[in-house]
Ligand binder design. Structure first.
Ligand code: SF4
Length: 99
């Protein structure tokens, strides 16, 4: 990927910016022990591999409606295998000129 390539996922992607509040999820399948709490608490975001039971990430940049469930899943993962990054987007600049 070149430096000029635009991100298609991640907190600065067009999809994330559209939501107003960005969140990016990553999972560490090496740490995952297949407990399944994430898939139970946030099935829209996580699934488990049929072969080994380890986590599969369904949506790395979830919409705002799933942010609470993402926090709950990350908090309850017994292996600390879910990383959650997020920040509020800066508001659009006020274009009022004051005249
Ligand atoms: S809750 Fe954690 S350990 Fe359990 S399946 Fe999900 S990522 Fe893996």
């Amino acid at each position: 990927m070149t430096r000029s390539a635009k991100a298609t996922t991640g907190p600065d992607s067009p999809v994330a910016r559209r939501e107003g509040v960005t969140m990016e999820l990553t999972v560490d399948r090496e740490r995952c022990i297949g407990a399944g709490m994430c898939a139970l608490l946030a099935p829209e975001l996580f699934d488990q591999d049929d072969a080994d039971g380890r986590v599969l990430l369904r949506d790395p940049v979830p919409p705002a409606v799933h942010h609470s469930a993402a926090h709950e899943a990350a908090h309850n993962c017994p292996a600390a295998a879910i990383t959650l990054l997020g920040r509020a987007s800066a508001p659009e600049p006020d274009r009022h000129t004051g005249d």
